[in-house]
Design a protein around this ligand. Structure first.
Ligand code: PLP
Length: 418
């Protein structure tokens, strides 16, 4: 046995020191929360914190309007609802995303149509999006998956050429850049999440961003039961849930917002360094960050090339874990593409009916079957996901790369020997 023996086979562990950690909340969050209590007001419309956050977040993005709500799921739902699409319309969505991208689609009685990913970037492949367009397509939800922008030039071109609006889902993509512009500023409306796992959090929360006054107005009605609080009128004229953000959430979000540039900057430095280090390891391919893109590393993804290493991602993952590097051999959806979830497979969004999966023109049901998005399905077999956060040290990154290199080299040499 020598230093190259894998830890899983009884060799020495690569990572022997704990990963860097830190506290996400501190004095600034406390001060903001005390302020809310001192103001004796938790309701957004009569308070100050939600409005202050909306102003600051819009300014950070150079957008005219930010509308806060209770979650990222709510934000995507609101964004989609502002488009006022006829029930039964189709909405193109990526095969790999969080269920929160899709919940609002179903609640608006719209039919999700899944587009495949580009295996290099794990983002929606514009060619697959275009191939999915039918006369019933009314919107495209573009997710900037893991904090890497989708191919916005091509997607926006498709959107304009077909006259189909895009909603940008930026839940994972704070301060993500695409050719010098922030993701979330390309489409007419975009959505963000403040859930626990995101770069910044207030426990649960979300934002909608737009430059369009009509969208702002519809969004603010839609998140509040269609009560027109600005006009002091209560006469709902469309169906709308209650997706309000409270002053407590906004207080924490305000404190977190101050930290956002630092958090993204640090993750970017760590993620870019790890990407560069993995570039030297045969059989390992980090998620491709194309020229002109700036990743914000909500997660770190890399591919294990079975052809080169003769090992599956699942087996590689176990060996890496034993080296002291936490990781998962899957993507954010868990072990399957979104359309393989029971809700789609069984068309059971509204149990007891097949709604909204029945095409009203033809009376046919939409089918979600295996093989629909082969690149996305393949990604579950060869991809490893790791958390990367701003508290990690440079040493953590060097050791993570060393552990990946050790496992890869072990398998490469076994392959060449065998
Ligand atoms: C891409 C994407 N969209 C939407 C959501 C939903 O956000 P939330 O959990 O705040 O409802 C998430 C959350 O994980 C997400 O990653």
């Amino acid at each position: 046995m020598d230093d190259r023996t894998l830890a899983i086979d009884g060799g020495p562990k690569t990572k022997t020191t704990p990963f860097g950690t830190g506290k996400r909340f501190g004095d600034e969050e406390k001060r903001q929360l005390l302020d809310v209590i001192d103001n004796d007001m938790l309701f957004y419309f009569l308070g100050t914190k939600v409005f202050e956050f909306q102003k600051k977040f819009a300014a950070l993005y150079g957008a005219k309007h930010c509308i806060c709500c209770s979650s990222g799921t709510a934000a995507v739902h609101i964004a989609l609802a502002t488009l006022q699409l006829p029930p039964g319309s189709e909405v193109i969505v990526p095969a790999i995303t969080d269920m929160g991208t899709l919940t609002g689609v179903l609640y608006q009685n719209l039919i999700p149509v899944f587009a495949d990913i580009d295996p290099a970037t794990y983002n929606m492949d514009p060619s697959s999006v275009e191939a999915r367009i039918t006369p019933r397509t009314r919107a495209i939800i573009v997710v900037h998956h893991t904090g890497l922008a989708a191919d916005l030039d091509r997607l926006m071109e498709i959107s304009v050429r077909h006259g189909i609006p895009i909603v940008e889902d930026c839940a994972q993509a704070y301060l993500t850049e695409y050719k010098g512009k922030l993701a979330g500023t390309f489409a007419p409306v975009s959505a963000f999440s403040l859930n626990h796992f995101k770069h910044i959090t207030c426990g649960s929360g979300g934002m909608v961003l737009t430059n369009d006054e009509g969208i702002r107005k519809t969004a603010s009605l839609f998140l509040d039961k269609c009560y027109d609080r600005e006009a002091g009128k209560r006469n709902p004229f469309f169906l709308a849930p209650n997706y309000q953000m409270t002053e407590l959430q906004a207080a924490v979000a305000l404190a977190q917002l101050e930290k956002l540039p630092g958090i993204v900057g640090r993750r970017r430095a760590l993620g870019d360094r790890l990407t560069a280090l993995l570039g030297t390891i045969p059989g390992i391919e980090a998620q491709t960050v194309p020229e002109g893109y700036r990743h914000s590393y909500f997660l770190f993804l890399f591919r294990v090339c079975e052809e080169t290493l003769g090992v599956s991602a699942a087996e590689f993952s176990r060996a890496l874990e034993a080296e002291g590097i936490p990781n998962k051999a899957h993507l954010i959806t868990g072990g399957m593409c979104e359309y393989e979830y029971d809700i789609f497979k069984n068309r059971s969004a509204f149990p007891g009916s097949r709604h909204p999966f029945v095409n009203s023109d033809f009376g046919t049901e939409v089918e979600y079957t295996q093989g629909l998005c082969p690149n996305a399905e393949r990604a579950f077999e060869n991809t490893i996901t790791m958390n990367l956060n701003e508290f990690h040290t440079d040493q953590d990154i060097e050791e993570t790369a060393a552990a990946i290199a050790k496992v890869a080299r072990h398998h490469a040499s076994q392959r060449s020997a065998g």
